[in-house]
Design a protein around this ligand. Structure first.
Ligand code: ADP
Ligand code: MN
Ligand code: MN
Ligand code: MN
Length: 373
């Protein structure tokens, strides 16, 4: 099975050094989204004391010409700390800090989509919008084949793997367990995991998280996933259809509710939101993967528990609809709904913003409203 060279270095020898005391210094790893809008980058600096809030973490910078974020001639980009977590790799008192990226004239970088999301969230905080995102992903060996699959063939058909147990059904559980515990240590709002339908495909869930925090927590959970996988010498891909054909793709179902939807009789507000979403399908499809719908075109075929990308549909307990109302929500007449369209590699800041714009700010048509005017 293909794994990376660094994964084969002795982790026992490494542990000797990680057990050395670090004095009164603190290591802070700055994490940011690169110019691809999907990749994550990180670098570390030493602070003289432990930051207690995000305001204690200083701004920093990096070379944007090496991250697809600027030209070489004017390459300094700013890292502005946005959300702080405990570091599950170096452990306390060290930190992981998710940052927003700004360019040299202090404008948000093209893939800093948190900035606008935060502005939109601030307009609706009185409605207490909650999000829960289900991150599906696929483990690959360094040969690019799904982990545990034969290097030049396929596994037996799907069926026994979803929530499966056993060496012939679940591939890579060590990674799932390590990631789950690392997220809990970090303070990431992870609420569960399960094995998925395609062998070597897994899911974790974030939430319910209010406003901007769902994006912060999902991005940090992705960072922790890639970092854990690095230790094990495997790769986690968020490609929405890693194996073409009759194999399930990978999505990022987004569950959404407001205070009103969660109260008695909230089903009415849920149905109103769904009606608005139905009139704005193409706007949402454009926002639900980083390539304006091209990635989801491979995944949302209408087969393998997806809806067809061309059509909008909504119903109770239907996993082939764009929007699913969970059966318990229909029974209780309150709760939340699930938008099944976002792809695994979506930007959660963009997805959560689009839901707010359509459902709460009641926007219509193909373009987002500019509220600065
Ligand atoms: P599924 O049955 O679609 O696989 P999961 O159990 O994987 O559902 O995920 C459910 C998600 O819904 C979780 O992320 C959870 O945080 C989220 N969730 C639960 N209640 C709410 C709510 N009231 N508002 C928004 N999200 C919610
Ligand atoms: Mn799920
Ligand atoms: Mn799933
Ligand atoms: Mn789901």
């Amino acid at each position: 099975m293909a794994t990376s060279a660094s994964a084969n270095l002795s982790k026992v020898v490494k542990q000797h050094y990680m057990n050395l005391p670090q004095g009164d210094k603190v290591q802070v790893m700055y994490v940011w989204i690169d110019g691809s809008g999907e990749g994550l980058r990180c670098k570390t600096r030493t602070l003289d004391s432990e930051p207690t809030t995000i305001r204690d973490v200083p701004e920093w910078n990096f070379d944007g010409s090496s991250t697809y974020q600027s030209e070489g001639s004017n390459s300094d980009m700013y890292l502005i700390p946005a959300a702080m977590f405990r570091d599950p790799f170096r452990k306390d008192p060290n930190k992981l800090v998710l940052c927003e990226v700004f360019n040299h004239n202090r404008k948000p970088a093209a893939t800093n989509l948190r900035h606008r999301c935060k502005q939109i969230m601030s307009m609706v905080m009185n409605q207490q919008p909650w999000f829960g995102m289900e991150q599906e992903y696929t483990l690959l060996g360094t040969d690019g084949r799904p982990f545990g699959w034969p290097s030049n063939g396929f596994r037996g058909p799907q069926g026994p793997h979803y929530c499966g147990v056993g060496a012939d059904k679940a591939f890579g559980r060590d990674i799932v367990e390590a990631h789950y515990r690392a997220c809990l240590y970090a303070g990431v709002q992870i609420c569960g995991t399960n094995a998925e339908v395609m062998p070597a495909q897994w899911e974790f869930q974030i939430g319910p998280s209010e406003g901007i925090s769902v994006g912060d927590h999902l991005w940090m959970a992705r960072f922790i996933l890639h970092r854990v996988c690095e230790d094990f010498g495997v790769v986690a891909t968020l490609d929405p259809k890693p194996i073409p054909g009759n194999w399930n793709g990978a999505g990022c179902h987004t569950n959404f509710s407001t205070k009103e939807m969660r109260q008695d009789g909230g089903l009415k507000a849920i149905e109103e939101s769904i009606e608005r979403l139905g009139k704005r399908h193409s706007y949402h499809i454009r926002d639900y993967d980083p390539k304006g719908g091209l990635d989801n075109a491979r995944r949302l075929t209408g087969d393998n528990e997806t809806s067809n990308i061309k059509n909008f549909s909504a119903s109770v307990a239907d996993r082939c609809a764009s929007i699913r109302i969970p059966r318990a929500v229909s029974y209780d007449k309150k709760g939340y709904f699930e938008d099944r369209r976002p792809s695994a590699n979506c930007d959660p800041y963009v997805v959560s913003e689009a839901l707010i714009r359509t459902c709460l700010l009641k926007e219509e048509g193909d373009e987002p409203t500019d509220y600065s005017k």
